[in-house]
Ligand binder design. Structure first.
Ligand code: F6R
Length: 613
């Protein structure tokens, strides 16, 4: 949420900052801005724009700006204050000598503002961020260096922040600090980059340093010096960035979301590649090998996440309970801390997050740490905060996911849960043969996904019929109940059509009242052990004239007599079915949204990485 970019070196920073913002735009897109200091005259210059980065780019192109090798930039997802030019970042002091960009929330901004107002500071924006710039300015005016001012100032601040600050009075450095919101420094030759995540660094450098909470770094073009906010020197480890540029481009696809849906043939394969030990009927997961025994002996397995990752957790619950025999509970990370959760050292707790930065998931993780549970991360973004702060974990290896609606990360999370279920199951009572069957079915998935993707035109034609729908109901049982939730989430978040997912049998307990000839009902109805029961539910909807779309098994010809539209997909074992059955639902939501003329990659009010609670 909110993207930060910074550059210091020999090159002109402006194109680098704009390009970086474009790559981080999925983090927020209601307004954007850049602030630079010119090389010759050391003058500050700020340009801000409402809306997308492309509008900022147009504005920058129409403005004459001196070459500047030092600058910071920001793309915003509004928390305090509506999207507007004045609320956009960078924020600056009255004399325009100090620029600052911020991701996070300053909780005690009202108190700080009151104090600074007494000292004569005037505030022009409605943001919480603006207090930081005046706070640092007041400290610089007392004779402190930029670094010291940020350091002292932050000691008064409560809340979360990833910040980058530059000053006309020290025009050879960027000062950055982190608490709760991600920041990474890219290391080049005679240059440094700052970014909210590594996507903005790809193609510029392959070396980076991830900041940890409570750290502050002074960056010049040739070096960076890290310390804690309370002034202790620290040494930072340099990491390699392994993502290539083509992985974060749209290629020939009209949208990232469609590209990522189609990538699932490979992303699913990447998630199990090198992790299958067929002869032993088990999985090899390097990140949890060390603690695998403790995991297998856990009293309970607890899963916590938000949104789509929470849906993956629900499927994970079914898998883990079926194959490990250990009791499993799934929690919304955003709720976990607001009760008094009974968690102790005998529990193992998985935190599932595509981005690895979701503030609610991180907060839940901290709470579980306090209660001594074994903390495991299940993340997609390598080097993300949740991945780094877990005791052990498994990367899902879906590759960069840029479309705001999560697709390929979900199917990869399910692959990883299947592998973990086999690994723990084999340490308990899962037989060799059963383990091998799961692994063989996993290996067969990419070909089956290829087949499903060939249905894209058929699904697009079905979508055409529902462009003007006002509501959608999604129903599934057992393993396919979480898929119903996920299908509904995809539909509502990109098409803005109200959609709800329910366990199919729950329909009779309320939602059935909604059904009439205007209600599209999507059933996930593969031929599995609950098929007959789902067919009964289909009959109930048909009797009330609902319009039925069924995701069904490819050999099921009977279902066509009952439903209005059927999308036939290959079969697999029950536990893996969600990996296949969700794909038509992703495509359905995609096509409905596109036909409604909406921006599926950047739906309104959303951002990819939700770094505020
Ligand atoms: C939905 C979606 C969100 C995320 C949620 C958690 O398509 O993308 O619901 O799943 O914000 O994000 P991560 O997985 O990054 O923790």
């Amino acid at each position: 949420m909110c993207g930060i970019v910074g550059y210091i070196g020999e090159k002109n920073s402006i194109p680098i900052l704009i390009e970086g913002l474009k790559r981080l735009e999925y983090r927020g897109y209601d307004s954007a801005g850049i602030g630079v200091i010119s090389n010759e005259r050391k003058e500050t210059r700020v340009i801000k724009s409402l809306g997308k980065v492309s509008l900022l780019e147009d504005k920058v192109e129409q403005t004459s700006i001196d070459a500047s090798s030092l600058g910071i930039a920001h793309t915003r997802w509004a928390t305090h204050g509506e999207p507007s030019v004045v609320n956009a970042h960078p924020h600056f002091n009255k004399e325009e000598t100090l620029y600052l960009v911020h991701n996070g929330i300053i909780e005690n901004h009202t108190e700080i503002k009151a104090k600074l107002s007494k000292d004569g500071y005037e505030f022009v924006s409605e943001t919480d961020t603006e207090v930081l710039v005046h706070l640092f300015d007041s400290l610089m005016k007392k004779g402190n260096s930029l670094l010291k001012s940020v350091q002292i100032g932050l000691s008064e601040v409560r809340g979360t922040y990833g910040i980058s600050v530059i000053s006309k009075n020290e025009p050879d450095k960027i000062v950055v600090a982190k608490k709760g919101s991600p920041l990474v420094i890219g290391i080049g030759d005679g240059e440094h980059y700052v970014a909210s995540d590594v996507n903005a660094l790809i193609g510029h450098t392959s070396r980076c340093v991830y900041l940890d909470d409570g750290e502050i770094v002074e960056i010049t073009k040739d070096k960076f010096v890290a310390s804690t906010i309370d002034d202790k020197d620290i040494k930072k480890e340099v990491h390699e960035i392994s993502v290539e540029l083509d992985k974060i481009s749209k290629g020939d696809y009209p949208h990232y979301m469609l590209k990522e849906i189609f990538e699932q043939v490979n992303s699913v394969r990447d998630s199990f590649r090198g992790r299958i030990l067929m002869s032993e009927g088990t999985a090899k997961l390097g990140g949890i090998e060390r603690i695998a025994e403790r995991l297998a002996n856990s009293k309970r397995l607890l899963l916590s996440a938000c949104g789509t990752s929470w849906h993956a957790g629900l499927v994970g619950e079914y898998m883990l309970e079926q194959f490990t025999g250990i009791p499993v509970e799934v929690d919304y990370a955003s709720e976990f801390r607001y009760r008094n959760p009974i968690v102790d050292r005998n529990d193992s707790m998985f935190f599932i997050s595509q981005s690895g930065e979701t503030a609610d998931t991180l907060a839940a993780m901290k709470e579980a740490k306090r209660r001594d549970a074994l903390i495991l991360g299940l993340c997609n973004v390598v080097g993300s905060t949740i991945a780094r702060e877990s005791e052990a974990g498994v990367y899902v290896h879906a590759g960069p996911e840029i479309g705001v609606a999560s697709t390929k990360a979900f199917t990869s999370q399910l692959v990883v849960f299947a592998l973990i279920s086999v690994l723990i199951g084999r340490k308990r009572h899962l037989s060799l043969i059963d383990g091998q069957e799961i692994l063989r079915e996993l290996e067969a998935l990419p070909k089956k996904i290829e087949k499903i993707l060939k249905l894209n035109d058929q699904i697009e034609a079905i979508a055409e019929k529902f462009v003007d729908a006002k509501n959608f109901l999604y129903l599934g049982r057992g393993y396919n109940f979480p898929v119903a939730l996920e299908g509904a989430l995809k539909m509502k978040e990109i098409s803005y059509i109200h959609a709800e997912g329910y366990p199919a049998a729950e329909m009779k307990h309320g939602p059935i009242a909604l059904i009439d000839e205007n209600m599209p009902v999507v059933f996930i109805a593969p031929k599995d052990s609950v098929y007959d029961k789902v067919i009964t539910n289909i009959e109930e909807v048909k009797a009330r004239k609902g319009k039925i779309i069924a995701i069904a098994s490819e050999n099921d010809n009977e279902i066509d007599k009952l439903v209005d539209y059927s999308i036939k997909i290959p079969d697999t074992i029950r536990m893996l079915m969600p990996i296949l059955s969700v794909i038509p639902l992703q495509l359905l939501a995609y096509h409905v949204a596109v036909k409604r003329g909406l921006n599926v990659d950047q739906p309104r009010n959303l951002a990819k990485s939700v770094t505020v609670e």
